[in-house]
Design a protein around this ligand. Structure first.
Ligand code: URP
Ligand code: ZN
Ligand code: ZN
Length: 464
């Protein structure tokens, strides 16, 4: 059914104006003041958005839904993850395909796609992890990037023996990515250093979640980032550093950019609002706050917010990776190294960035939209179909209530996880109505849409 949204203040990465938006089919077809509803089809759904902000649908460029990892599986599926994403205002997500080192890339792509297709209520794409790089993998990765429309890879410089690549393979993979125009997203930490630090801490009897951060301090992340940037400098590949958590890592990325490396920086919600004291909570509560790279000292948050405000950091993702406290996180009661890593926030990201970024004056509304939507669309080849409000774009829209106040809770979270890392936190502002390609999918935090309606967004390589 056609949609008319009247009187809202339209905010994009660059513009701020009041007009009506009319959507027919799956796209935005008119944007102008005073569209006369009497000239529109009788079945048009009309939304009065006076006093509301209208944002392009938010894009989460870094999520895990189907994730076999650290001896268990993340607890969401595309039903729970889509509902959570939509309740918060996220209309498109990019999931990491994370196969094991002996799996074939094409089989993994089919496995991940088959989990998404029947249930997704958001639009979605994938980053294809490269965990092996033999002849077969090279052939299949090329097919995935070019024929299947997935021109972004993921590489782990962490998780020694599980997901990491040798330097020889890293060099080869980056060279191939450059030739294909594929951007390589990367988890940057020094896997060998972490392994050694973990062994030393455990041998000293330091087994609790509070030792996770000391096992992989900021220097370990900066070292990983510098290493990746060096390889990108040698190969010319375009790189995107995921979940960049601290000042030394940001500086390493900016130094590389000054050397001419094509590098984009992602921050994720947990590092912006949580600090390492959460992982030090007593009675093993700290396990809820174990992720990698770890939560840092609070002072690093100012660097991340500052980078986002100045746009040297491009995006805010979540790194949503949900593992239950009971039955999953507690696998690591005897050793922090066995706590499944992840702090989920697929639902909470927009409201928390709005509350802690926009309402505090750290980000203006344009930087908010840019980091939470537009940059992900641009970097990953979905712009201007996604990430903007313009005639011809997909009608992915968020009618945002800036006056809403409420608190976050596991009780109102749609994710399947048994805790909320932000339990009881106040928020100001939330997604009031959420449209995906012209259909209402969420209202006031509730899912009202259709499962399985989400589309795989096939993309073209742009990073030559
Ligand atoms: O702790 C994290 N980040 N878990 C998910 C896997 C990853 O490294 O992104
Ligand atoms: Zn990671
Ligand atoms: Zn991740």
């Amino acid at each position: 059914m056609p949609i008319l949204i009247t009187g809202g203040r339209i905010i994009t990465a660059t513009d701020d104006y009041t007009a009506d938006i009319y959507c027919e089919g799956e796209s935005i077809t008119h944007i102008e003041p005073g569209i006369d509803a009497s000239t529109l089809p009788a079945e048009t759904e009309c939304i009065d958005a006076a006093g509301k902000l209208i944002f392009p649908g938010f894009i989460d460029p870094h999520v895990h839904i189907h994730l076999p990892f650290m001896g268990t599986n993340a607890c969401d599926d595309y039903e729970t993850a889509s509902k959570a994403a939509l309740a918060g205002g996220t209309t498109t997500l990019i999931e990491m395909i994370c196969p094991g080192p002996t799996d074939e890339p094409l089989a993994a792509f089919e496995e991940w796609r088959s989990k998404a297709a029947p249930l997704a209520a958001v639009d979605y794409s994938f980053h294809m992890s490269v965990v092996r790089f033999d002849d077969l993998a090279r052939e299949q990765l090329t097919q995935i990037a070019t024929t299947e429309g997935i021109p972004s890879f993921k590489v782990f410089l962490a998780y020694k023996g599980a997901l990491d690549l040798s330097d020889e393979d890293l060099f080869g993979m980056l060279s191939m990515a450059k030739d294909l125009g594929v951007i390589v997203t990367a988890h940057c930490e020094n896997a060998e250093a972490i392994d050694a630090m973990q062994k030393r801490l455990l041998a000293e009897g330091k087994t609790g979640p509070e030792w996770h951060e000391p096992s992989r301090p900021t220097a370990v992340e900066a070292d990983g980032l510098h290493h990746l940037a060096t390889m990108a400098e040698l190969t010319g590949a375009h790189i995107y550093t995921v979940h960049t958590s601290c000042e030394p890592a940001v500086r390493a990325a900016l130094d590389a950019r000054l050397r001419g490396v094509n590098i984009w920086i992602e921050a994720v919600l947990p590092h912006l609002v949580l600090d390492k004291t959460y992982a030090e909570l007593p009675k093993f509560e700290g396990a809820k706050y174990v992720m990698s790279p770890p939560l840092r000292e609070k002072r690093h948050q100012a660097v991340l917010w500052g980078g986002l405000a100045g746009r040297s950091i491009s995006t805010i993702g979540t790194d949503h990776a949900p593992f239950n406290f009971h039955g999953q996180k507690d696998m690591g009661k005897k050793a922090f190294t066995a706590i499944p890593n992840g702090i989920p926030s697929i639902q909470e990201r927009p409201a928390l960035v709005y509350t802690h970024g926009v309402r505090t004056g750290r980000l203006d509304l344009h930087a908010f939209v840019d980091a939470c939507s537009t940059q992900a669309a641009r970097i990953f080849g979905m712009y201007p179909r996604k990430g903007d409000i313009r005639v011809g774009a997909d009608a992915d829209l968020v009618v945002w209530d800036p006056d809403y106040t409420g608190t976050l809770s596991v009780a109102t979270s749609h994710s399947a996880i048994d805790y909320n890392a932000f339990e009881g936190w106040p928020v100001q502002g939330r997604a009031s109505v959420v449209f995906v390609r012209g259909q209402t999918q969420a209202r006031e935090g509730e899912f009202v849409g259709t499962l399985g309606r989400g589309q795989l967004i096939r993309r073209q390589p742009t990073h030559f």
